[in-house]
Design a protein around this ligand. Structure first.
Ligand code: UD1
Length: 310
């Protein structure tokens, strides 16, 4: 029987992960989420899931939970999850995205709490606007926003703790994750969830820029396979892996694909680019392939599955 702690477990990725973990016989999952972005309705209804509505920034609370919980696996997904949001709330971003996670790993170290693997979700945002493409994990970084600074700092802290204190911990850099359960309600939501919401509910959509910006859109099912694979691969530690599809797609192109798949017309207008946004981003997604568990669902397939789910 494995015990999991998932911070941010009511969110888009966390709730998809929880569903997958429940397929493991006898797995028990504890979710800590303050519902700032996640939804209670995302959390699967199961006696094996314990939901705690709380902020990870309560250090004393989180430390006690780690002492009491005896978790085998710890998955750190709770975050102010948007670059644009972090530009509005830089200090709060720091408290959530860095300090709270540092408290967790420091508690594990200082109190010598045993666990099998800790997973941290960093971001493609750490690469910034440097021109080299595709982005490889060993390239220089350029964190241009507080979001990127905090993701990178936490990544480094986790890799350093893992090395210096021999703790089994691993980081990934998510590119642009899309798929079922992504909440479109915030202006900071992932762009594909906003486009889908606009198409399905006849709402206007605004392109920030001309739609030529590119992203590496990765299906949430692929992300879940990566998380579960990394948790159960002891050799994956003190390291960071891109989680991406490895393909560069312009926002306008994917918007048109969604129009075709839904059979609806996007009511679009255009505004200037958002502060802190990068124009282009795509990954060399091959480093994680060394382990053999990563799936790379083609964009057309993933988009079709997404459309089917709504
Ligand atoms: C995304 C992730 C972030 C991750 C980063 C890695 C989300 C919400 N954020 O940020 O966690 O660290 O990738 O690079 O998934 N756009 C519009 N109209 C809208 C909303 C967005 O044109 O209504 C544009 C944005 O200006 C941007 C692009 O779509 O150019 C993608 O935006 P978004 O989905 O917010 O993702 P990132 O900013 O890439």
């Amino acid at each position: 029987m494995s015990k999991y702690l998932v911070t941010g477990g009511a969110g888009f990725i966390g709730s998809n992960l929880t569903e997958q973990l429940l397929t493991e016989p006898e797995a028990e999952i504890t979710i800590v989420d303050d519902l700032s972005m996640g939804l209670k309705s995302n959390i699967p209804d199961s006696l094996r899931v314990t939901f705690i509505e709380h902020s990870i920034t309560d250090h004393a609370f989180m430390s006690q939970l780690l002492v009491d919980g005896q978790f085998d696996y710890i998955v750190l997904l709770a975050a102010i999850a948007s670059v644009a949001d972090s530009v509005e709330r830089p200090y709060e971003t720091h408290q959530v995205n860095q300090e709270a996670n540092l408290n967790i790993i420091e508690t594990l170290r200082a109190k010598q709490i045993p666990f099998k693997k800790l997973f941290f979700s960093s971001s493609a945002a750490v690469y910034g606007e440097l021109p080299e493409m595709p982005k490889r994990e060993d390239q220089a970084v350029q964190p241009l926003t507080q979001y990127a600074v905090d993701k990178y700092a936490t990544e480094r802290a986790i890799i350093n703790y893992s090395r210096l204190y021999d703790m089994p911990m691993v980081c990934v850099r998510f590119f642009n994750v899309y798929g079922p359960k992504q909440n479109p309600k915030s202006p900071y939501s992932g762009v594909l969830s906003i486009i889908m919401d606009s198409l399905m509910n006849d709402k206007p959509f605004t392109f920030f820029g001309d739609g030529s910006q590119t992203r590496d859109f990765v299906y949430v099912g692929d992300v879940i396979s990566a998380i579960v694979g990394l948790l159960h691969t002891p050799a994956a530690k003190a390291d960071v892996f891109n989680i991406a599809n490895g393909k560069q797609t312009a926002l306008m192109t994917v918007a048109k694909q969604l129009e075709t798949l839904t059979g609806k017309h996007l009511n679009a207008s255009f505004k200037p680019e958002r502060a802190g946004d990068i124009h282009d981003s795509y990954a060399d997604a091959s480093k994680i392939d060394q382990f053999g568990f990563m799936i790379h669902t083609p964009l057309a397939t993933g988009l079709a599955q997404y459309v089917d789910s709504v």
